[in-house]
Design a protein. Sequence first.
Length: 211
Amino acid sequence: MSDSLPNLSQSDNTAKPRLLATSVASYTISRCPSPCEDHRVRQIALVYQEAFRGPPYFEYYDEAYVIDEIVVPHLPFYTGMAEVAGEIVGMVCAHPLSADLNADIRDYLLTQAQEHLSFSLDQAVYLSELAVLSKCRGAGIGTQLTQACLNWAWDSGYLWCVTRTAEHGSNSVRIFLRAGFQHLPFVQNVTSSEVKSSSERRIWLCRGTQQ
């Protein structure tokens, strides 16, 4: 099955349903509105919890933390979701690097990686989260979520998108490379005090509008 990348405009960012490689029939990709209904917020949080409690992260965050620290702060910017028959099975979050979110990410890029970047951080968004339920993987959902997020970034006037993922065992790196991201020439060490994760090294990738 092809993982082609449709051009999802801001005014119509719902992908056409496609046959899944799993037992479910079809999915749609859309942007979560702000404010968002409580039940949708909880479903997005559950997707995050299920995806990140497995390898290589083994992160265990409770629902309240994911809602308060991850889902809700991204709603004014970009939170995309994949749905199957009313169930949210995938999610993606992004925000401008100029926003007051993930200050540690911006500080790292400014102090440790600026020499490797050919653009201003004010021109970039950070794709911070990407997750798909295990039962729905392998059908292109992550690719479509990533492309919808990129379309939001370009439509919003940003020129670059950066992201990071685990150095080893990441399910996302293939998705990012397929979507046109390229590796940046540095690896970030993160300590267990910074993240609840068994993976303490992060690779960085970026994509520009012309790539």
